[in-house]
Design a protein around this ligand. Structure first.
Ligand SMILES: [Zn+2]
Length: 330
């Protein structure tokens, strides 16, 4: 295991190159993939801890991928802040940090493959034209207006869907299924501004990096059938998925930069890490919060279990922190 102290901006081709069918790639490969839109908050710490423990307890590799392909949403310096916070909390990733932007050629290649095979098409519909389409649980359902052609120059690219049931068995949430054509419609894989959409980029990178299991927040579970659809069209294997509960504010809103979640503190990493384990229903003993980080990680590795989170969808932020034993010492 290499220590994750390497500079951002380099790519280890052993990690990022095409997966080759060796024993090495048959091993568990997990990842944590934050977007550099702000500092790491408690919700993202919890997701990082879950994916890290799941990889390490499967003797797997754990990769760190910074999803830096949406510059309008990014915050200057956020990548460095996230990396420093992860180091400070004692995470050790394998290989170099992967910048998703470095895979731009692979994203374009996948896009072109979908276009060439007739799986994708340009869509010039304006936001206004789409304002009146029916909405489903996932948002507006694209009615397929441009399926048979679109003359405009500035277009998004959508992938064609059909109405077969796309079903997967989530490691925590059980069976999950969608019919894409009626529930989301053909969805955008390249935005009108030219940026590759999240759904396509994440599928290409998970494949390039040989990810065997994706552990992430349940807020992304509804994206998974779209990602499986893209994997099938591109001929990629589908990894296993484990969607953990999201951490919410008291009002039920997901902790995020948008809802004003603060960055995780630098001055009390052990107590925060224990709070994250509490959020993940691991039942850490109260005295663990006064231990050093390596001991906390040791305890976490020895006791890691997904079972106690089964079918849970949300964890309230204050429930994890209120019983923080250090509160009473403050
Ligand atoms: Zn259209």
């Amino acid at each position: 295991m290499q220590n994750g102290s390497s500079a951002i901006g380099t790519i280890d081709t052993d990690n990022a190159g095409q997966a080759v069918p060796t024993r090495e790639t048959a091993r568990y490969v997990g990842r944590f993939a934050p977007s550099p839109t702000g500092p790491l908050h408690f919700g993202s710490l919890v997701a990082a801890v879950a994916s890290y423990l799941q990889a390490r307890t499967h003797q797997g590799r754990w990769l760190l991928r910074i999803e830096d392909i949406d510059p309008p949403r990014e915050q200057a310096g956020a990548s460095e802040t996230i990396v420093r916070a992860l180091q400070h909390y004692g995470f050790e990733w394998d290989g170099e940090i992967i910048l998703q932007s470095a895979s731009a050629a692979a994203h374009e290649q996948a896009l072109q493959q979908l276009l060439d095979r007739g799986h994708a098409y340009p869509c010039g519909c304006s936001r206004r034209q789409l304002a009146d389409v029916p909405r489903g649980a996932l948002g507006p359902i694209y009615p397929g207006t441009c399926r048979d052609g679109c003359d405009l120059d500035e277009t998004a690219i959508r992938v064609r869907t059909d109405d077969q049931l796309i079903e997967f068995h989530d490691g925590l949430q059980g069976k999950h299924a969608q019919r894409l054509e009626s529930e989301s419609g053909d969805f955008v894989i390249r935005r009108r501004d030219g940026l590759i959409a999240y759904q396509l980029a994440v599928v290409v990178n998970d494949h390039l990096e040989g990810i065997t299991e994706v552990v992430r927040g349940i807020d992304l579970i509804d994206s998974t059938p779209r990602q499986i659809w893209l994997q099938r069209l591109l001929g990629y294997p589908t990894p296993r998925y484990v969607h953990i509960p999201v951490v919410t504010h008291e009002n039920g809103d997901k902790l995020s930069k948008l809802t004003g979640a603060p960055g995780i503190p630098w001055d009390n990493a052990p107590a925060m890490l224990v709070s994250a384990l509490r959020a993940l229903q691991q039942g850490p003993p109260t005295e663990l919060a006064t231990s050093a980080l390596p001991e906390i990680w040791d305890w976490a590795m020895q006791n890691w279990s997904l079972d106690s989170m089964r079918a849970m969808t949300a964890i309230q932020y204050t429930d994890c922190l209120d019983i923080n034993p250090l509160d009473s010492l403050a």
